[in-house]
Structure formats: structure tokens, C-alpha cells
Design a protein around this ligand. Sequence first.
Ligand code: HEC
Ligand code: HEC
Ligand code: HEC
Ligand code: HEC
Length: 184
Amino acid sequence: MVRVVFLFALIVLVLSVFTVGTIAQDKDFKYVGAKNCKMCHSSKKSGEAFNIWAASAHAKAYLTLASEESKAIGKKMGIEDPQKSDKCLSCHVTGHGQPAAKFDKTYLVDEGVTCEACHGAGSIYNPMKIMKQIKAGEVKAADYGLITPTEASCKTCHNEKSPTFKGFDFQKYAVQIAHPTPKE
Ligand code: HEC
Ligand code: HEC
Ligand code: HEC
Ligand code: HEC
């Protein structure tokens, strides 16, 4: 019995060392910007994720912070320029507040809430070979920084901390941004 417990503890220890190993890699995943995904995710055949995103509210989220409505919201909260305030940028651009090392030169703040805000920083998973291996289930997406977003991912921004929050119905909102890959 004692031996079984010991063996179990050993397995847990070994597994956790591996897990920590993967988490430590996290710093290598950099935000590369939406244009980086465009070349492979624009065609009809691919599902046009880029075009659907570009036409969505998410692509305009940074520009929104310059609107009259934003300035009025900011004024009430004592914020001079919403486009420069952490209190607004935290949900209106990708990766805000993370260390400078997490952002590649190609990252653009004015792209707003990009693919990588939902799918994870793309510098390691974006090569064709890895994308295909992930799709085929040959490698683990998470090891390359690719995340499958869930309702919880949306709620990191769609919550009552948003000054304009009107509630969040995942089913309804998910349909509005849907970009499935067509079945062959
Ligand atoms: C060099 C081409 C290329 C680039 C660049 C690229 N992808 Fe992909 N991506 C692919 C291919 C190919 C697939 C597999 C599609 C298929 O077979 O249906 C894929 C699949 C995906 C999937 C689905 C994975 C799964 O498990 O089904 C997601 C999500 C994705 N890409 C997001 C992104 C994001 C976000 C970016 C930009 C950071 C990006 N891709 C950049 C080629 C690319
Ligand atoms: C990084 C923060 C962030 C994440 C994560 C996020 N969103 Fe958003 N979303 C926003 C912001 C900011 C806006 C408003 C943009 C604007 O109007 O300028 C928005 C707007 C929207 C809109 C348009 C709403 C309207 O009233 O026009 C839909 C639909 C939406 N999001 C769905 C989703 C779904 C579904 C998810 C998760 C899969 C998600 N969002 C994840 C920040 C986020
Ligand atoms: C906790 C995340 C979060 C923060 C912080 C945040 N926003 Fe937003 N913002 C959102 C989301 C999500 C939406 C989409 C609509 C909704 O549910 O509120 C949005 C939508 C908006 C809109 C468009 C409203 C509409 O007509 O659909 C404006 C304007 C706006 N935000 C301004 C601001 C300003 C200014 C700040 C800073 C004072 C700010 N936001 C801070 C998440 C946030
Ligand atoms: C607001 C969050 C959000 C943004 C922004 C976003 N996606 Fe997605 N994406 C999702 C969700 C949610 C799914 C469905 C995940 C699932 O399978 O449950 C998805 C699925 C996908 C898939 C797989 C589709 C399939 O049928 O298997 C691809 C490919 C993809 N996204 C690429 C992109 C690219 C490229 C961009 C940017 C141009 C992007 N996404 C922007 C949330 C987002």
C-alpha cells in the first residue's frame, strides 16, 4: 500500500515537472498581430476568419476609444484620453499590460481586439507546418500557445467592469463573430 502511494506521488511529481516545463515556455509566445494570420485565413476555402474579424466590432475596439462616446465616458471617470488609459485599453486591445517582451515588432495596437486575444499569442504556432500538425491532432495546441476559446475567455472582457456592459449571452454573441472552416 505504502509503495503504491509512493509510486503515485512519484508519477505526480514527474508530471508536474513536465507541466512546469511547458508553462515556462510561455514567455516565448509573442503577439504578432492580425495581419500575420491574414495570408492563410482570408480565402473562402479557409473560412475567411480574417475578413470576418476585420468587419467585426473587435477590429475597431481601439478606434472606438477615440469616439465622442468614449471621451464622455472617460470624462465622467476622470480619464483624459481613453486611448492612453489602462482603464480602457485593458479590454480594447490585445494583450494590454503584459511585459514588452511579449510583443513582436509586427504587433499593432490599432488592430484592437485581434485573433490572438482569443486564440493566444501566435509567434510559435503560426508556421504552416505547426498549424497543420495542430489541426491533425499530431501535436498539442497548448504547447505552441494556441488556445481554443470558450465562454470564459470572452468573459475576461465581457463583464460588468465594462462601463457600457449590457449583459453577455454567449450563444448569441458567439454567432455574431462565428468563423468556422467550411467542411470539404
Ligand atoms: C502559414 C499559414 C498560416 C498562418 C500564418 C496562420 N495559420 Fe492558422 N492555420 C493554418 C492552417 C493550414 C490550418 C489548418 C486548417 C485546416 O486544415 O482546416 C490552421 C488552423 C488554425 C486554427 C484551427 C486549429 C484547430 O485546432 O482546428 C486556428 C484557431 C488558427 N489557425 C488560428 C491562427 C491565428 C490566430 C493565426 C495568426 C496568429 C494563424 N492561424 C496563422 C495556416 C496558418
Ligand atoms: C480582449 C477583450 C475581449 C475578448 C476576449 C472578447 N471580446 Fe468581444 N468585444 C470586446 C470589446 C472591447 C468590444 C467592443 C468593441 C467596439 O465596439 O469598439 C467587443 C464587442 C463584441 C461584440 C459586438 C457587440 C455589440 O454590441 O456590437 C460581440 C458579438 C463580441 N464582442 C463577442 C465576443 C465573443 C463571443 C467572445 C469570446 C469568444 C469575445 N467577444 C471576446 C472585447 C473582447
Ligand atoms: C472589462 C473590459 C472593458 C473595459 C475596462 C472597458 N471596456 Fe469598453 N467595451 C467592452 C466590451 C466587452 C464592449 C462591448 C459592449 C459591452 O458589452 O459593453 C465595450 C464597448 C465599448 C463602447 C461601445 C459601446 C457600444 O455602443 O456598443 C465604448 C464607447 C467603450 N466600450 C468605451 C470604453 C471606455 C471609454 C473605457 C475606459 C473608461 C472602456 N470602454 C473600458 C469592454 C471593456
Ligand atoms: C472574439 C474571439 C475570437 C477572435 C477575435 C477570433 N476568433 Fe477564431 N475562434 C473563436 C471561437 C470561439 C472559435 C470556435 C472554437 C471552438 O471550436 O469551440 C474560433 C475558431 C477558429 C478557427 C477554427 C474554425 C473551425 O471550424 O475549426 C479558426 C481557423 C480561427 N478561429 C481563426 C481565427 C483567426 C485567423 C482570427 C483573426 C483573424 C480569429 N480566429 C479571431 C474566437 C475568436
